[in-house]
Design a protein around this ligand. Structure first.
Ligand SMILES: [Zn+2]
Length: 266
């Protein structure tokens, strides 16, 4: 519910997001040359993305040919990606030009991509303005960002920051974050949960664990942060360590990842 409060900010939300280095905070999942892809802070449905030209224009006619073409390319790629990651049955794609047509941010052109599931909105008219949010935005963001990172880095594994549910400890494997192998055709997040399930009493995706900026993706395989409780009898070879001990054991790069994961979780 923290995301449905309706916080307003000065200036253009898309231009502000672009100017911010922290793509996790801005919900940007991909930055291209003439366009970027961002999660909607007020989604109509889980996984609601927007493909936005970097240029602040209100009409497609004002866009360069290169920008128009990149918006079309990104729309096609992210439709394919959303089918895989979110497992949706269909998608709505659309642009509202001008506030008369329903554009919330009329000054900066943006194309919506909204995942749909059979029967997902059948009860919506009954509850009026209430929006259906079966998943928190940080988890949705992590799922999509992890898939983009996997594509860019050609990674065949994901690293997992496994936090104790009360965030006082961390599970390490040989003094580093455990690594989970990915399988072809299965989204990163599901491969991760499937792989951890046999040794977990509970396991929940909390968010993206990698660097904030999407620009680092080419050299970074995906990292996810999860809340993890092992089954009775432990989860060898993972070993629970206090955050202090973990910090002493980790490499400098991994310490930064841990700080990021803890920071994001408050
Ligand atoms: Zn703008």
């Amino acid at each position: 519910m923290a995301y449905v409060g309706g916080v307003s900010e000065p200036g253009c939300v898309f231009c502000n997001a672009l100017a911010n280095d922290d793509d996790v905070a801005s919900l940007i999942v991909h930055r291209g040359v003439h366009a970027f892809v961002i999660l909607n802070l007020y989604p109509y449905n889980t996984g609601h993305l927007m493909v936005v030209p970097t240029e602040h224009v209100s009409d497609p006619a004002a866009l360069s040919e290169a920008a128009r073409s990149e918006v079309a390319e990104l729309t096609a790629s992210f439709c394919t990606g959303l089918r895989l990651v979110m497992g949706c049955d269909g998608l709505n794609i659309g642009v509202n030009l001008g506030s008369a047509a329903g554009a919330g941010i009329a000054d900066h052109l943006h194309q919506h991509i909204v995942p749909r599931w059979s029967g997902d909105a059948n009860f919506m008219p009954i509850v009026g303005d209430v929006k259906v949010l079966p998943e928190l935005l940080p988890a949705t963001y992590a799922k999509i960002r992890a898939e983009v990172a996997r594509l860019k880095s050609s990674a065949d594994s994901v690293r997992v920051v496994l936090l104790d549910p009360d965030r006082s400890g961390l599970f390490l494997e040989h003094d580093t974050f455990p690594r989970v192998r990915l399988t072809e055709g299965e989204p990163v997040w599901r491969a991760t949960l499937t792989s951890l399930a046999p040794i977990a009493a509970s396991c929940e995706l909390l968010g993206w664990g990698g660097p904030p900026s999407t620009s680092f993706d080419p050299i970074q395989p995906p990292i996810l942060t999860l809340s993890f409780t092992p089954r009775e009898g432990g989860a060898p070879p993972y070993r629970l360590q206090s955050l202090d001990d973990a910090n002493a054991a980790l490499s400098e790069a991994d310490r930064a990842v841990l700080a990021q994961a803890i920071g994001r979780r408050g």
